[in-house]
Each structure stands twice: as C-alpha cells, then as structure tokens.
Design a protein around this ligand. Sequence first.
Ligand SMILES: NC(=O)c1ccc[n+]([C@@H]2O[C@H](COP(=O)([O-])OP(=O)(O)OC[C@H]3O[C@@H](n4cnc5c(N)ncnc54)[C@H](OP(=O)(O)O)[C@@H]3O)[C@@H](O)[C@H]2O)c1
Length: 201
Amino acid sequence: MKTVILIGALGKMGQAALTGLGKHKVITAGRSGDVDYIVDITNEQSIRDLYKKVGHFDAVVNTVGVCEYANFTEMTESQWMTTIMSKMMGQINLVRIGQEYIADKGSFTLISGILNIKPIPFAIADATVSGAIDTFVKCVSLEMPRNTRINVINPTVLAEAWHVYGEMMPGFEPVPGKLVGKAFERAVDGFITGEVIIVDA
Ligand SMILES: NC(=O)c1ccc[n+]([C@@H]2O[C@H](COP(=O)([O-])OP(=O)(O)OC[C@H]3O[C@@H](n4cnc5c(N)ncnc54)[C@H](OP(=O)(O)O)[C@@H]3O)[C@@H](O)[C@H]2O)c1
C-alpha cells in the first residue's frame, strides 16, 4: 500500500482517478470542500505547505488544471495566463517542489487531455498547455532524481462530464471514469515513466 496525495479529488477527473487508487492510502487535497488538505496549485507556498504537512508520501496524482475557453482571436492574455498558471505551471511546480519531498522511487501522475491531439473550437489554451505537459513529462522523466517516476494521463472527455462538454465535442465518444481510473492505476502501480497514457474511445 502506498500513500498517495490526490489533488483535485472532488472534481470529475479526481473522482475518476480515485476509482483506480483503491489499494492505497489516499490523502485528498483541493482548493475547497471536504478534503484532507486545502491546497492552491497556483501558489508555490501552498504546494510546499501541503507536502510538509503530509510528511511521508509515495505518489502524487494531480487532476487539477483550470482552463479558459474562447476563440483564439478573442482570448485575452489574462485568459491565457490563467490556463498557463494552473494547468501548466501549477503542475510543473507540483513536480519541481514535490521532488524534494517525495519518497525514494515515488511517482508523479499529471493530467493533460485529448484536445492537443484532437483539437476543437474554443480550446486553444487547453490544447496548448496539454501539449506542454505531455512534453514536460516525457523530457523531465530523464532528469528525475532518486528513481522517481513521472507520467501523464491524456484522456478524452469523461462520460460523467458529457452533459457539460458533449455539445462542444461533436464526433467524440466519451469514456467511463472507471476506464480513466485504470490509467491512473497503471501510472501509480506500474513501473513506467515518461509516458503519455492516452485514454480514448
Ligand atoms: N472532465 C473531463 O471530461 C476531462 C477530460 C480530459 C481532461 N480533463 C482535464 O482534467 C482537469 C480537471 O477537470 P475536471 O473536469 O475534473 O474539473 P472539475 O470537475 O471542475 O474539478 C476541478 C477540481 O480542481 C479544483 N481546483 C481548481 N483550481 C485549483 C487550484 N488552483 N488548486 C487546487 N485545486 C483546484 C477544483 O476545486 P474548486 O471546486 O474548489 O474550484 C475542483 O475540485 C482539467 O485540466 C481538464 O481539462 C477533464
């Protein structure tokens, strides 16, 4: 059994990830609500405080990445920065700071999303940072200390979120959260590193 910090645990992707972490002691974290620890992934001190308060942990699973949606010609710098500071720098900082605290042979699992592979209107910021995170994971895996592994889950839309995003995504087939949970399980329990685990229908 590993101690796993699940960030964004109350969100739709967090709940999907949770289905794959049944063997482990899961410590939940998020920005608000009924979680074990409150953390803001856009704030370095908040990230550091989380790791210090938890103490020993073997894995970090992050499912947070706030994105702004608009046409490219209308998206403001502020909307770009919100997306970059959450889904890109927030995740990079979770790893950059977390590598100091994680147990030997630990693992990080991040979130991206299928829109960098299958683009749709309004999603240029999400697609761009998802591509950045996929690249970050592949490359930084070569530099991780103490046999720390790192992977990213790149799923299509969840069946549980189809009612929110389905209209924006004609021709896409949603996947059940349980299937995405398997990808998180493979990342945490397996021996792979530097992988982009695509979950698509
Ligand atoms: N849903 C899908 O079908 C799907 C598919 C592929 C990829 N993704 C990606 O998965 C990620 C999560 O999506 P989701 O659908 O799970 O969103 P969600 O249901 O809105 O959940 C997001 C969670 O993250 C928390 N959060 C937001 N900002 C935070 C911060 N700065 N620090 C800590 N926690 C924060 C939220 O807390 P509060 O409620 O307190 O704000 C919420 O619990 C996104 O990057 C999305 O692009 C989602």
